[in-house]
Ligand binder design. Structure first.
Ligand SMILES: [Zn+2]
Length: 191
């Protein structure tokens, strides 16, 4: 267990929906001035405010006891586990344990509802292929909220990539929001 992303829909992180978060950069518009500039791309690249980023220098090799990801040469990978590895939860498993998603993808609309299974499968497949390369890229949960489907993620690149993939495959409307002072990304796709 613990690979992230159960196969069934769950609703056990509903307490996140009320999280207040000052938001800017809606559709790339200029937001309120803030430290570090307000370019969302740069925020994603630097992830300077991410409390879940591997901050201290972990001894290498370190193994995550939950998902068995291996930290070596400065990054988390899937690899054969060497004997006597240090143990520490990887950032993805920390987020899953704390139920603190980094990314949100909200799906809505009549077209989505008609093609829900196909679209969710596309998203799951995308997660599987990304996670195979990058252990920290995972879906946390898929839940229904007031007629919308909300998917939560352990990091921000995956929901962004999935949003772009949905837009390529189906068009529709897409919107990205970056929360201020954090590295949280909220993507909405509607069709
Ligand atoms: Zn882990």
């Amino acid at each position: 267990m613990g690979k992230g992303g159960s196969s069934k829909d769950t609703s056990n992180i509903a307490h996140h929906k009320g999280t207040p978060s000052p938001v800017r950069n809606r559709r790339g518009q200029k937001g309120t001035p803030g430290p570090g500039g307000n370019r969302g791309d740069r925020l994603i690249e630097e992830r300077i405010h991410d409390p879940y980023k591997t901050k201290k220098k972990l001894p290498e090799p370190t193994i995550c006891p939950e998902c068995q990801a291996l930290f070596q040469q400065g990054r988390w990978t899937w690899a054969e586990i060497p004997p006597n590895a240090n143990q520490e939860l990887c950032p993805a498993c920390q987020r899953i344990r704390d139920r603190v998603p980094a990314g949100f993808l909200t799906l809505s609309g009549a077209f989505f509802q008609e093609h829900r299974e196909e679209i969710i499968n596309l998203i799951r497949n995308k997660e599987e292929s990304e996670k195979a390369q990058h252990p920290l890229k995972r879906i946390m949960d898929i839940e229904e909220q007031e007629g919308e489907t909300v998917i939560t993620f352990t990091e921000v690149h995956l929901p962004r990539g999935i949003g772009e993939a949905l837009n390529r495959a189906y068009e529709g409307e897409i919107d990205y929001q970056y929360a201020d002072q954090t590295s949280i990304l909220r993507v909405r796709w509607h069709r």
